[in-house]
Design a protein. Structure first.
Ligand code: 5GP
Length: 207
C-alpha cells in the first residue's frame, strides 16, 4: 500500500550555548521552504525579539488554556518559564509534505518522539564545557543567576544525547549546519519513507 510522503520533522536540541539557534538560522537560510515552528513562551521578550517571529509571547494563563485545549504538541517548563509548540502548524505543514524544524528543549523533544518516532532528532553539543560557558557569557542576554543555572544544567543535559538519532559537535556553525543538511538528505531515502516507490513500481507491472 503506497504511503503519502509526509515532510520531515526535524527536532534540534542541545544545551544552552551549544549554538543550536545559529545552526537553525543557517538551516532556514539554506532551506527557504523549511517550515519553522514558532513556539509560545511565557518568558519576557529579549531586546530585538518580535512577537510572532521569535516566539508568541503569552501569559501563563494563556499557555495553560492552550495546554487544557490540547493545542500544544509538547510543552515544558524551562528555567522557570513555559515553552510549547503549537500543534496545528506542525501537523498542517507535515501533511502538506513540507519539512518542519522544531528548536526545542530536551523534555519537549522526548515528548515529540513519543508521538512522532519517525522524526529526525538531532542533538547539538559544544566542543567543550569551557567553550560553552564562554559562549553563554559572550551572548550577554541573560542575568548572572540564569547563566549559572544554564551552565549547571548543561552537564545533565549532555547525558540525554543518547536518546537522539544524531549528535553534531558545533565547532564551526556553518560546518555543523552542513552536517545537519546531510542528515536530512539521507533521511529522505530511508526505506520507511521511500517504500511506497517500490509499491508503485510493482503496481505498474500488474497493470
Ligand atoms: P530561550 O529562552 O533561550 O529562547 O530558550 C530556552 C530553551 O527553551 C531553549 O533550549 C529552547 O530550545 C527551548 N525552547 C524554545 N521553544 C521551545 C518549545 O516550544 N518547547 C520546548 N520544550 N522548549 C523550547
Amino acid at each position: 500500500m503506497a504511503a503519502a510522503p509526509h515532510g520531515l520533522l526535524l527536532v534540534v536540541s542541545g544545551p544552552s550555548g551549544a549554538g543550536k539557534g545559529t545552526i537553525c538560522g543557517l538551516l532556514r537560510q539554506q532551506l527557504p521552504d523549511l517550515g519553522y515552528s514558532v513556539s509560545v513562551t511565557t518568558r519576557a521578550p529579549r531586546a530585538g525579539e518580535t512577537d510572532g517571529i521569535n516566539y508568541f509571547f503569552k501569559s501563563a494563563a494563556e499557555v495553560q488554556s492552550m495546554i487544557a485545549d490540547d493545542e500544544l504538541l509538547e510543552y515544558a517548563e524551562v528555567y522557570g518559564n513555559y515553552y510549547g509548540t503549537p500543534r496545528r502548524y506542525v501537523e498542517e505543514q507535515l501533511e502538506a509534505g513540507k519539512d518542519v524544524l522544531l528548536e526545542i528543549d530536551i523534555q519537549g523533544a522526548l515528548q515529540v518522539k513519543e508521538h512522532y518516532p519517525e522524526g529526525v532528532f538531532v542533538f547539538i553539543v559544544p566542543p567543550s564545557l569551557d567553550e560553552l560557558s564562554k559562549r553563554i557569557y559572550k551572548r550577554g542576554t541573560d542575568s548572572l543567576d540564569v547563566i549559572a543555572r544554564r551552565l549547571a544544567e548543561a552537564e545533565t543535559e549532555l547525558g540525554y544525547a543518547r536518546k537522539y538519532d544524531y549528535i553534531i559537535v558545533n565547532d564551526v556553525a556553518a560546518k555543523a549546519a552542513a552536517k545537519v543538511l546531510t542528515i536530512m538528505e539521507a533521511e529522505r531515502y530511508k526505506v520507511s519513507r521511500t517504500y511506497f516507490i517500490v509499491d508503485e513500481i510493482c503496481q505498474q507491472k500488474e497493470k
